[in-house]
Design a protein around this ligand. Structure first.
Ligand code: FAD
Length: 395
């Protein structure tokens, strides 16, 4: 059995499979030798957490008696001959395959996004954002170009809100370090729809927006049209407007891994509409979970939003179904149980819905830490949670 990706879905599947089928030969592949708590990437981007705080070695989960770990980038899967093609290693054949290669930033074809925008997608990309912002502030000391102190975020969804929340907590330190007048620093969020955070109740979305506004974030309604090195164009109606900025962070959307497209799967934006047992239509030996999969919500007829929460639940079902494939027994249907969503707004603040209740402020932020710690236990175990968990009540 081969598992591609040691993220939420892939690593949790491995953990469960090692328990369910101790005699199976398993290979897990990832381009990195660490697992990243992707749900905390925005903290590293804003500089309120270090990368090492949100990562732990994949070896914490790999049982060397049963599992081989290959560190390499997958370039494509050749489904007909059951082969995985890597960047460096020779091809690898599989009997059963689980794909959990996660997400990539989606440019929607907007000019300049791929060249000039910064994305919150993995550890290198968020380290780049932190370095970039610090460099802009340091350079302002030399040339006093005010656009260096303007940070623009494209998209007002979950990731953008979490990043803006952290950023507003980090900026006072940068302002002090570089002796900058607070009023010179501008944070602008551009969103095409007047309805920010569509996944939340309007009262909660309003709470989030008002908290960020209070900390100096300006919300602008418009569609990002073109990104260049030092400015962003956006359209409001027919009118084209421009913001001069040294930093543009794109939080406008994500898609599934490009490996999905390169492998010729029937897909939309890197996501495959999997069957109810998580297998790929026509390929009963391949399961896809997490951000590379699309699972339909029977209530709305649309795919569920891709989250770590659903990836972890799919992983439990996928592990049982991989075992069933080996045993020749019937596969289980995946049933998603939404347990709530909490969006962080930075230190001690947040908002969300958990068990039918709306949470705001400190209770939401506290709940967010519990959720993050729970996912650490589910994959890395109690020891990893004790090392990497969020316990400080004042952070
Ligand atoms: C800032 C931010 C905050 C978020 N907050 C929340 C939240 O609060 N709650 C929530 O439920 N969800 C949240 N999400 C969404 C969540 O992080 C994703 O849905 C989740 O990570 C998807 O899990 P996955 O298992 O599909 O892939 P991932 O966990 O992203 O893992 C994919 C793995 O594949 C590896 N990989 C990728 N490409 C290759 C390749 N070509 N070759 C080899 N290895 C490869 C990567 O290194 C990675 O280890 C957030 C996302 C972001 C960016």
């Amino acid at each position: 059995m081969v598992i591609l990706g040691a993220g939420y879905g892939g690593l949790r599947t491995l953990k469960k499979l090692q328990e369910l089928r101790p005699d199976a030969d398993i290979v897990i592949v990832d381009k990195n030798n660490y697992h990243c708590e992707t749900t905390s990437l925005h903290e590293v981007a804003a500089g309120t957490a270090e990368a090492k705080e949100i990562c732990y070695p994949i070896s914490c989960v790999v049982d060397p008696q049963r599992t081989v770990f290959i560190q390499d980038a997958v370039t494509r899967v050749e489904r007909e001959c059951k082969k995985i093609i890597f960047k460096k290693n020779p091809p690898l054949t599989y009997d059963y395959l689980l794909i959990g290669l996660g997400f990539e930033s989606e440019s929607y074809g907007i000019q300049g996004i791929n060249e000039y925008a910064l994305a919150i997608s993995d550890i290198p990309s968020v380290k780049r954002i932190r370095r970039h912002i610090e460099k802009q502030f340091a350079k302002w000391k030399e040339d006093h170009k005010d656009e260096r102190l303007t940070i623009v975020v494209g998209g007002a969804g979950f990731t953008s809100f979490e990043f803006l929340g952290e950023l507003t907590h980090r900026l006072p330190e940068l302002i002090q370090r570089y002796h900058i007048l607070k009023s010179k620093v501008k944070i602008i969020c551009i969103e095409s729809s007047p309805n920010v955070l569509p996944m939340f109740d309007r009262k909660l979305a309003h709470y989030g927006t008002s908290r960020l506004k209070k900390r100096g974030v300006r919300f602008v309604v418009g569609r990002v049209n073109r990104v260049m090195a030092n400015h962003v164009y956006y359209k409001n109606g027919d009118e084209l407007r421009v913001i001069h900025t040294g930093t543009f962070v794109w939080g406008g959307g994500v898609r599934g891994s490009s490996v999905i497209e390169a492998s010729g799967f029937r897909q939309q934006r890197g996501r495959v509409r999997v069957k109810s047992d998580l297998t790929v239509p026509g390929y009963p030996d391949i399961l896809i979970i997490g951000d590379c999969s699309a699972v339909m919500d029977p209530k709305t007829g649309s795919p569920y939003p891709t989250t770590a929460q659903i990836a972890l639940q799919q992983a439990d079902c996928a592990a049982q179904n991989l075992k069933a494939l080996v045993d020749g027994t019937p596969l289980k249907k995946f049933v998603y149980k939404w347990k709530g969503t909490v969006c962080s707004l930075g230190r001690n603040d947040g908002m969300g819905q958990v068990m039918g209740k709306n949470l705001k402020g400190y209770p939401a932020s506290f709940m967010k830490k519990i959720i993050d710690n729970r996912s650490l236990v589910k994959i890395g175990g109690v020891e990893t949670m004790l090392k990497k968990g969020k316990f400080s009540l004042s952070r």
